[in-house]
Design a protein around this ligand. Structure first.
Ligand code: NAP
Length: 479
């Protein structure tokens, strides 16, 4: 089995142990053995990033543009190979895997341009003869911690702005899907970067992530993952005054009003709830449906779900791939049992499937007769499980949509301009979708949530500079 090493200070560094990356569509298929970094490896990676900082922080915008543009171009040129690798290690279907790879390439190209566009401000002083310049500088060494469900796009949307604004980087990807991050690292290893400007350390969160988050020389940490781990990361960072940015879970509502176009509503719900096996932070897990359309909506959902094919992510006829691993499968099954105990009625799916391949397959589940106070509607499952909540009218739908500790994405299907407008204003979520699935976003605009879903400045788009740069205000008196 091929071994894949960590990348520290411009060198490939062997691990004292290796862990397996297994294909969730077929557990007999091992993608590779990946080096487990030690706490000493993490310290070496941070040291290398500290040493590379002066050179990269003083690089020209043109140098940064060239590095990021070249990586973006290579990702796009290799989209089929990388998309296949991603689907093989993560389990999303090939079209989604390739789509994610294209997204990563576009992000690198976008931030290549952003490197050229970084500007400060020149402000007239209130004092005569004085000039004020507000400059944006790199923050320093940035630690990036990423989850398994977008194994190339999320590393890309953290690495690209970090480097574009002159920071140096240590990346710790998820141990459940390290191959895409490793492939990205291999491209960066050939880029015209100073040794140590980009480092990869792989392995478990507690063994590798924690030493990174607590390292005194890591000036900023950008984390994407679960709420529980995010809180821990934030506490460690705040204690030592490191900058921190968290993107976490969701319990995203999709409101369907009586006046909705039923085809649009069902298409949004199927896509939002079940595509990518429901393993998206922006997945529509709460379908909040008004009375008159409720029965027709449920009937059409079930009819559509009967046509969804669950199978091997690499099979082009598959609509829904496997869940990531046995732990996630048990969690999904636990929530299905819990929902039934709470009184929810399962009208479709929710069973574990035995297919030809030995993978983690389950049929997407739809529950009706659920209420918003049930745990199934309050806690993130992170699987292909959606619940319908019947409501009287728009006002109740909005109240239910907002009654959650999360606030990542919220959608509404309606043909009423008045309700669409009101929803955009009053729903408490960082992303609002009208007649669109709650999942699926553009790469050139900010991404992030409110309440328990996010903490700190937004990721992506030009707004990413708020996290990856720091401000210096300079006063000059010309004698
Ligand atoms: P997770 O278990 O929180 O892990 C996220 C990352 O943190 C992994 O790399 C993990 O390492 C690492 N980690 C674990 N414990 C740590 C610790 N004590 N210190 C530092 N790092 C630690 O989340 P996940 O299961 O990978 O991802 C699913 C979650 O991510 C869901 O809640 C989903 O909603 C959220 N998500 C949010 C967004 C968003 O943008 N809002 C996007 C995608 C996913 P290992 O797992 O390798 O041990």
């Amino acid at each position: 089995m091929q071994q894949y090493d960590n990348f520290i200070g411009g060198e490939w560094v062997k691990g004292s142990s290796y862990f397996q990356n297994v294909n969730p569509s077929d557990v007999t298929d091992v993608v590779g053995d990946y080096a487990e970094a030690s706490a000493e490896d993490v310290a070496a990676a941070v040291k290398a990033a500290v040493e590379a900082l002066p050179e990269w922080a003083s690089s020209t915008p043109q140098q940064r543009f060239q590095v990021l543009d070249a990586v973006g171009a290579e990702i796009l040129a290799r989209k089929e190979e990388l998309g296949r690798l991603l689907s093989r290690e993560e389990g999303k279907i090939l079209a989604e895997g390739m789509g994610e790879v294209v997204r990563a390439g576009q992000i690198f190209k976008f931030f290549a341009g952003e490197a050229l566009r970084l500007a400060g401000e020149h402000v007239p002083s209130v004092r005569p003869g004085v000039e004020v310049n507000v400059l944006r500088e790199p923050v320093g060494v940035v630690g990036l911690i990423t989850p398994w469900n977008f194994p190339i796009a999320i590393p890309a949307w953290k690495i690209a702005p970090a480097l574009a604004y002159g920071n140096t980087v240590v990346l710790k990807p998820s141990e459940k899907a390290p191959a895409s991050a490793w492939a990205l690292t291999e491209m960066l290893s050939r880029a015209d970067l100073p040794a140590g400007a980009f480092n990869l350390v792989m392995g478990q969160g507690q063994k590798v992530g924690e030493p990174l988050v607590t390292h005194p020389d890591v000036a900023a940490v950008s984390f994407t993952g679960s709420f529980a781990v995010g809180q821990r990361v934030a506490a460690a960072c705040v204690q030592r005054q490191a900058r921190v940015q968290l993107e976490m879970g969701g319990k995203n509502p999709l409101v369907v009003l009586d006046d909705a176009d039923l085809d649009v509503a069902v298409a949004c719900a199927i896509n939002g709830a079940f595509y990518s096996t429901g393993q998206r932070c922006t997945a529509s897990s709460r379908l909040i449906v008004t009375e008159s359309i409720h029965d027709r909506f449920v009937e059409r959902m079930v009819a559509h779900m009967q046509r969804l094919r669950v199978g091997d992510a690499l099979d082009e006829t598959t609509d829904i791939g496997p869940v990531i691993d046995e732990a996630q499968m048990s969690k999904n099954m636990h929530y299905i049992e819990l929902a039934e105990k709470e009184g929810a009625r399962r009208v479709f799916g929710g069973g574990r499937l035995q297919l030809d391949k030995n993978g983690y397959y389950m049929s997407p589940a739809l529950f009706v007769d659920t209420t918003n106070d049930m745990r199934i509607n309050r806690e993130e499952v992170f699987g292909p499980v959606a619940c319908v909540i019947r409501v009287r009218d728009y006002e109740e739908a909005l109240a239910v949509a907002n009654d959650t500790r999360f606030g990542l994405s919220a959608g509404i299907c309606t043909t009423s301009l008045k309700h669409a407008h009101d929803f955009r204003q009053r729903v408490r979520a960082g992303l609002v979708m009208v007649n669109l699935p709650t999942a699926g976003v553009d790469y050139h605009v900010p991404f992030g949530g409110m309440k328990g879903s996010s903490y700190g400045p937004r990721e992506q788009g030009a707004h990413a500079r708020e996290f990856y740069t720091q401000i210096k205000t300079c006063y000059t008196k010309f004698a």
